[in-house]
Design a protein around this ligand. Sequence first.
Ligand SMILES: [Zn+2]
Ligand SMILES: [Zn+2]
Ligand SMILES: [Zn+2]
Ligand SMILES: [Zn+2]
Length: 447
Amino acid sequence: MATYYDVDTVQYQCCCGKRRPLCRLYICRHCLKLRCTDCVLHEVDSYYCPNCLENMPSAEATMKNNRCSNCFDCPSCGHTLSTRATTVAVVNPEDATKSTTKKMYYLACGFCRLTTRDVGVADQTVASGGWKDLENPHTGRISSLLDIYRQLAQKEKAEKERKKYTKRRTHLYYTDKFGLAPVAAKMKALPSMSSLSIKEDELIADIKPGETVNEFPSLPDELFSDPIQVAKVTSMSQRLGTPEFQPDQTSKLYPIHKQLLIRRSLRCKQCEHNLSKPDFNPVSIKFKIQLVALHHVPEIRILKIPSFELNKETQLVLTLCNPLVYNTTINLLAVDGEDDFSTAKVKLPESPIVLARRDDAAVYDDTNNGQPEFKDDPSVIVFRLSNKIGFNLSVTPEKADEEIKVSFILRHEYKNTAAALPNEDKEPEIVPLDHRIFLHLGKLPQK
Ligand SMILES: [Zn+2]
Ligand SMILES: [Zn+2]
Ligand SMILES: [Zn+2]
Ligand SMILES: [Zn+2]
């Protein structure tokens, strides 16, 4: 169950040398190499709300502080708040002696049962929207600081421009000398950088520096005399859920706008081809391009770890699964050069192993499980089931106190469809791909 449960027991080596489980790797069809998340460029495709699935351009997302304006999270437990309707009796405006009913809405958490009524937020007359945001007391200061940073950035840009301009001036000098007047006129039309920067210097001098707080108000006396009511005090994560307000009491909790999520695409750092690109629409779970290695490289899993003994050869059964739609030949090879990973000796099957192609329909067909088309050596192949086989590997642990670890090279055939793309008639070229495999087999039983 290496894929789903303990993913790190079988690892593949990325082109950068890092060891990762196969499900966390990508394969670049152009470089024909495995790529881990550190070897790919992560790009933001779109922002969307995970609750209402509305997507928005990045400028709008920045303006809304990467939060959805319509959806809210519970300030107490973080669950999504849902809208509840209720009817309240109001005095009839025409006849004061009679009362009529009116539909009102509030937000409630389905998990911890917190409602906006508990925290003193008035009900709304419309089902969606209309919830007022709390006013951050520091908005003015933050926006003035942002303004100053913007000016500083502008100044920096102007200085860069001016450097270019001074370079041009030497050039201008020569143009004057040689009578190239039209070019000189064009240069004069450029805004004077020096006057611009003086104006900015004045603005930047206007910054009001932050005030140092030397004295804090003393704690209220009740804190020492009255018993503490834990249910009324907020936890650290509840407080930091809204860093601008940091409510200390549960009665001051306020619904939090839902954080937006992103759809991201991945690109190979070497050749800049896309390795993963999701569909733009957040409702769709499909990918336009998805080159996760699990769909292209045969996967090794450990069937069951036998009980090992020091310096005793034990048969370990591994399974190999072919995700490709054609038969592939597998060779297991010893690691070239020094192997600083293994703590056990491994005897690999010498003959190549042929893995049947993946056939989704074969899962429902019980009759052809024997697959007589493959002539298997029963000392190597334990079982064969459509595109999967179980095979033996002899492992001899050599170190008493360390974890049993073995490493070898998996060579498989891969149809290079990317190279065949420009010429449609050409059969895709079959290339051998080598991957280094690392197996973690646990510790020797203690005596
Ligand atoms: Zn890598
Ligand atoms: Zn939303
Ligand atoms: Zn809740
Ligand atoms: Zn690449």
